[in-house]
Ligand binder design. Structure first.
Ligand code: PMT
Length: 222
């Protein structure tokens, strides 16, 4: 029989980019395709979890065995995650959330002006840190997209955001990171856990990551 180690658990996955509006026709965003997050959600559902996929705007289809909650901005993603947080046992933050948003959102399309133009940005809420400060029993898994000193920064985020695991992604490596079908990551966690996963299809990688975490957590996931 198929093993369903996450049966009875609620898993919340965030995926994709966020969009931060400038005016009715423009926004700030990034290159996240949603593939890694959708793969994490599908893997969780295939392992038996009730899975909620909170996703920024992407052009791929959600797996049929998850509940999709579409959102646009970092603020909407935060609100959607908080709604599910108390009853979740695992939260996986694969989304590439914007760190900044325009301070002012223009209600009319901005007109061209002669010379330079400036958009003033302000910080969005760091969702993972917010969850880290609220968590009770939840297992918190973040990702870290880095271009240099990958493990160093990933371990820093583990501490600072009070996560249980960070999946560190060197996004400068070929076939890794944003938009690709494959990825290569290192799982870092408390108790000096450090497990490297070589280039794999994102779906296979997601499955292996969850299996590894389940094994590490065996006695704590209740
Ligand atoms: O979607 P794909 O094209 O498949 O690409 C996959 C990916 C590269 C987007 C993914 O593997 C990945 O690395 N996701 C995290 C990207 C990211 O935003 O990293 P970060 O180092 O900026 O953020 C660290 C963690 O904090 C992440 O879990 C992020 O979701 C979270 N965060 C960041 C900012 C913010 N305001 N709120 C957050 O919760």
């Amino acid at each position: 029989p198929k093993e369903l180690p996450l049966k009875g658990q609620k898993v919340v996955v965030t995926a994709g980019p966020t969009r931060e509006r400038i005016d009715p026709v423009r926004f700030l965003t990034n290159f996240s395709s949603g593939k890694m997050g959708y793969a994490m959600a599908e893997a969780a559902a295939n392992l038996g979890a009730e899975t909620i996929l909170i996703s920024g705007p992407v052009s791929i289809d959600a797996p049929s065995n998850v509940k999709l909650v579409p959102v646009e901005s970092a603020q909407e993603m935060l609100d959607a995650v908080l709604k599910e947080f108390d009853t979740a046992s695992i939260v996986i933050k694969t989304a590439a959330v914007a760190d900044y948003k325009p301070k002012e959102v223009h209600s009319q399309k901005m007109k061209k002006q002669p010379g330079e133009s400036t958009i003033v940005l302000e910080r969005t809420t760091d969702i993972l840190s917010e969850l880290g400060s609220r968590k009770t029993k939840q297992l918190l898994i973040g990702f870290a997209a880095e271009t240099n000193d990958v493990l160093h920064y990933a371990k820093g985020k583990l501490e600072k955001k009070n996560a249980d695991y960070i999946i560190a992604n060197d996004v400068t490596e070929a076939g890794s990171g944003f938009g690709t079908d494959t990825n290569s990551v290192t799982l870092v966690g408390k108790h000096d856990v450090e497990v490297h996963f070589p280039h794999l299809n994102k779906k296979e990688l997601a499955h292996q990551l969850l299996q590894t975490i389940i094994k590490l957590e065996k006695d704590e996931l209740k």
